[in-house]
Design a binder for this molecule. Structure first.
Ligand code: ADP
Ligand code: LRH
Length: 468
């Protein structure tokens, strides 16, 4: 049988890629046809995403896909969560989207929490408190100059899908990160929208992964040389990453390791009790209505920002190896502290936090990196214990997927801190999850997530780290 080809557009906070997913009866192979850098820029008083540049990079990637894989039948889109753009009544973007690390929500958080207390928010949306959740961002947006002209609030992957097809919907897994969806029904919460004074008509209807959103607009199809469907996938990158975890068994925890580390377990039903809220665990909606029960752990953002401050590009293997060879005990920071959310001066902020807590200050870059690695591994271990205790899910193995799966020192420290075997890879789990959900919708992949994951477990190159 001829293999079939599905294209994945996967854009994270630190970088994007367009990949061809070549699917045959036994396996999925990914070929990267285009990669590009991403990052928020400060413009017009806010940290923003450059929408025009992202769309140009997406089009470049699709042109490369058309060149190398003209038989591509469908494309899926995923990006980081919570952020959105505003469209006017004619469907034109009103501005570059403001990024979640922008400080505009500082005043919105107390205002929203006064309108609906946090316990009630949790009972409805089941989300951990993060200061940048869309509901806080929208409350800040209402004070801004664009609100009166806004006809549609559109999450980033849906904004790209709208550019490609002209169709407008909100994808279900990403909708669940807005804080405006009822975790039990999966639909917009009338109660929260009313409390925040947001007109429900601003929010496009929710669509499930595996639905055909539309086809590439004729003008684009001609220009790019590609006539393909756009199929809705788990458009929250973490939802697609969890689909791409190569584990046939369910007694596992995952660490989706990129700019953030999303650490948790997959469940069939949300955990909404007070202990779960107090531990700040989130119930995000997964593909096939699974629940991604997890916490956002500060992640490799800390490392990215140190490298940026040091003027180092890429992820230098030598520095990671040097850090990995240092002894433990040099100090740890709380990677989840809100003080690390904003960009800038990360080495200094880490040193200040260590000083404040009575740790020695790092003398070298490797020592700073080691503090980050030890702090992340410790946070993963605590989070996995809590996820297991709060949900009742036994955890035998820890799967690390995403760019951070290549960080050998971090994987080794994670195995030691969790006392469990770590299985690292695939690096591109998100693109794999994106491709598999499309392939299933078009009859080219198995019906259940377990069967898909068993295929990945057999077909992907994985590294194992023993707990000792
Ligand atoms: P996101 O989707 O959030 O942009 P990715 O999943 O692409 O993130 O992961 C990016 C991270 O992966 C980088 O910040 C870096 O720390 C890590 N990484 C990428 N390449 C390597 C490598 N060769 N060795 C170690 N870590 C790497
Ligand atoms: C990871 C991620 C995470 C969200 C954050 C905004 O890329 O989507 O799941 O919390 O970005």
């Amino acid at each position: 049988i001829n293999p079939r080809v599905f294209g994945a557009i996967d854009i994270g906070a630190s970088g994007g890629r367009v990949m061809a997913g070549i699917v045959d009866a036994r396996r999925v192979e990914l070929v990267a046809v285009h990669r590009f850098a991403n990052g928020a820029v400060r413009r017009d008083g806010h940290l923003r995403w450059e929408l025009g540049r992202l769309l140009t990079e997406v089009e470049r990637g699709l042109a490369a896909l058309a060149r190398d894989f003209p038989q591509t039948e469908s494309i899926g889109i995923d990006t980081w969560a919570v952020d959105y753009g505003l469209l006017d009544a004619a469907g034109r973007p009103l501005a570059d989207p403001i990024a979640y690390r922008d400080e505009r929500t500082a005043t919105a958080v107390p205002r929203v929490d006064a309108a609906v207390d946090r316990a009630r928010q949790y009972a409805i949306n089941g989300l951990q408190h993060l200061p940048f959740t869309t509901l806080y961002q929208l409350d800040a947006e209402r004070d801004g100059p664009l609100w009166d002209r806004a006809a549609h609030i559109v999450l980033l992957p849906d904004l790209i899908a709208h550019h490609l097809t002209g169709a407008l919907s909100t994808e279900a897994t990403n909708a669940s990160t807005t804080g405006l969806v009822d975790v039990r029904t999966g639909d917009w919460s009338g109660e929260l929208l009313a409390a925040l004074g947001i007109d429900p008509g601003l929010l496009p209807a929710i669509e499930q992964p595996g639905t055909v959103r539309g086809r590439l607009r004729p003008e684009l199809a001609r220009r790019l040389g590609l006539d393909a469907a756009v199929t809705t996938v788990g458009s929250h990158d973490t939802a697609s990453a969890v689909v791409g975890v190569p584990a046939a068994d369910r007694d596992i925890a995952f660490v989706s390791s990129g700019t953030w580390s999303l650490v948790g377990v997959e469940l069939d039903a949300p955990v909404l009790d007070e202990a779960s809220r107090a531990a700040n665990f989130t119930n995000e909606r997964g593909v096939d209505d699974r629940i991604r029960y997890l916490r956002n752990v500060g992640g490799l953002w800390l490392l990215q920002e140190c490298l940026r401050a040091w003027g180092v590009s890429g992820t230098p293997a030598a520095l990671l190896a040097e850090a990995g060879a240092l002894p433990t005990g040099g100090g740890v920071i709380d990677v989840d502290d809100a003080e690390f959310i904003a960009p800038g001066e990360m080495p200094e902020r880490i040193a200040a936090a260590l000083r404040r807590d009575g740790w020695p200050e790092p003398r070298t870059r490797a020592e700073t990196v080691r503090v980050i690695l030890d702090s992340l591994a410790g946070a993963y271990a605590r989070t996995i214990e809590q996820a297991s205790a709060l949900s009742g899910r036994r955890v035998a193995t820890v799967h690390v997927v995403g760019g951070g799966a290549q960080n050998e020192a971090l994987c080794r420290l994670t195995a030691a801190a969790t006392g469990r075997e770590v299985v690292a890879g695939p690096t591109e789990a998100t693109a794999l999850g994106n491709v598999l959900v499309q392939a299933r919708a078009h009859g080219a992949a198995p019906a259940t997530l377990e069967e898909m994951r068993a295929g990945l477990a057999a077909g992907q190159q994985l590294r194992r780290y023993a707990p000792a």
